[in-house]
Design a protein around this ligand. Structure first.
Ligand SMILES: [Zn+2]
Length: 460
């Protein structure tokens, strides 16, 4: 017998990545991500895991984004004591991101408890900052290319996925009685023209492949156009004397943006702006990028640069520094999380700027169904923040080409590198994107493509 995989999270959606890998004697959790979306959708995170926790022998994470790693502290809080394997930079980023996620949980529970009616039960934070800090002791850092036996017979190798720092393609080889089976999981793959990260590594052979499909139906615009678009936004914003808000995922997109701003500083006349990175976690993540700069090719963090060479760059760590930005009516470029506007400091900046037509909102990342960011992109006239309605009058720009994700051409090309055309299972995508990618790959390679369903079991 080989290995059996069961799909649980990120099936026909883009968050909550979680799959179960079983060998005849052991069980491994591949990913342990948080579902992100509307409050109802996020409620799923509190539900029991799809298997008894004492059955899990090891956990493997592809990268640090919360939708791939964010339920790890809950797993540990509920009794998991085994190893958690991840690339070393992923481990470093998780040490920043998971405690932050715990802190957000605590805040949400406090807010709920302040407002709840007497007859409603108090809410307990899903996990706290402390829970997240505690789970870090179980992490085992792995280098790209290193072989690690995670359970008897099952060997893990990570390859650069080029998506964010430490992001990995997960290769699992199972050997039993002279037979071997190989499963490759793409994790999230990077975009070939991404400014900071390397192109995803290509793999030649597998017995089955799990492929993300976030942008399975789309081609990104050429990168030169994206740069021009960004330049035009800054130009328009300078003319209208407003602020520019950029909701950005703290890890990945933020560093790409800062890199591009440094590269195009004169062309975009950024000397006329003050640039705020209003995110303690974004600042820490940027420092981690600097520490692990041997893992990618960008010139952003040269040998002697500490953070960035932008002269008008402000790292806004404390809440006082963040609140001070509220006074600025024009001339500020504010990069703040969360990337889908569903929490974090960006919401304060939206409150202050979203009804001002002279201001600009630049959407640079995927906005999942049910998030505030998605509602704005879909054209909402009014949004609600802290129970107060605000008219949406800000000028909206969607700059898609800055994605940290592969587009359809990249995904097809990456699969095309497998010389034996292995069976392909699509995960981490919304249904229309998956269908488009499935038909493209089926017609181009005559390969068997399946859109993974929740709970589906596949033997490899
Ligand atoms: Zn990701």
């Amino acid at each position: 017998m080989g290995i059996r995989i069961q799909f649980f999270g990120a099936t026909e959606q883009v968050t909550g990545s979680l799959h179960i890998i079983r060998t005849p004697a052991h069980t491994v959790l591949l990913e342990c991500g948080l579902v992100q979306g509307s409050r109802e959708e996020e409620h799923c995170n509190q539900l029991p895991f799809p298997l008894p926790i004492d059955e899990i022998d090891a956990v493997i994470l592809s990268h640090a984004h919360i939708d791939h790693s964010g339920r790890v502290p809950l797993l540990v809080k509920r009794g998991y004591e085994g190893p958690i394997y991840a690339q070393r930079a992923t481990q470093a980023l998780c040490a920043i991101m998971l405690p932050d996620s715990g802190y957000l949980n605590e805040q949400e529970a406090q807010r709920y408890n302040r407002k709840r009616d007497r007859d409603q039960a108090p809410m307990e934070a899903m996990y706290t900052r402390q829970d997240a800090e505690d789970c870090m002791r179980l992490f085992r850092g792995v280098r790209y290319g290193e072989s690690v036996e995670v359970v008897p017979g099952l060997t893990l190798r990570l390859h650069d996925a080029g998506h964010i720092l430490g992001s990995s393609i997960v290769e699992l080889n199972y050997r039993d009685q002279g037979q071997s089976r190989c499963l490759v999981f793409s994790g999230d793959l990077g975009y070939r023209e991404a400014p900071v990260m390397n192109a995803p590594e290509r793999i030649r052979h597998a017995d089955a492949v799990l492929l993300e499909s976030t942008y399975g139906d789309r081609l990104h615009r050429p990168f030169a156009e994206t740069l021009e678009e960004l330049g035009n936004v800054f130009h328009a914003a300078r003319a209208s004397h407003g602020n520019v808000l950029i909701p950005a995922f703290t890890v990945g997109r933020t560093q790409d943006l800062l890199y591009l701003m440094a590269e195009n500083f004169e062309k975009w006349r950024l000397d006329e702006w003050q640039i705020y990175l209003d995110s303690p976690m974004g600042i820490e993540a940027t420092e981690t990028y600097s520490e692990y700069r041997h893992l990618y090719g960008a010139r952003l963090f040269g040998p002697d640069s500490h953070l960035l060479k932008l002269p008008n760059f402000h790292a806004s760590r404390s809440s006082d520094e963040s609140i001070a930005i509220n006074q600025i009516k024009s001339g500020a470029i504010i990069i703040a999380g969360s990337g889908m506007c569903s929490g974090g400091r960006i919401q304060h900046h939206l409150k202050n700027n979203i009804s001002r037509p002279e201001c600009h909102l630049v959407i640079v990342g995927f906005q999942a169904h049910g998030t505030l960011g998605r509602r704005i992109v879909d054209g909402a006239d009014v949004i609600k923040l802290w129970d107060v309605e605000h008219r949406v009058r800000i000028q909206l720009h969607t700059v898609g080409g800055l994605s940290a994700h592969a587009d359809q051409a990249d995904l097809v090309d990456w699969y095309g590198a497998f010389e034996n055309r292995p069976p392909l299972y699509l995960v981490h995508g919304e249904p229309y994107a998956q269908q488009a990618l499935a038909s493209k790959i089926e017609s181009q390679f005559d390969a068997p493509v399946t859109i993974a369903r929740h709970g589906q079991v596949v033997d490899i």
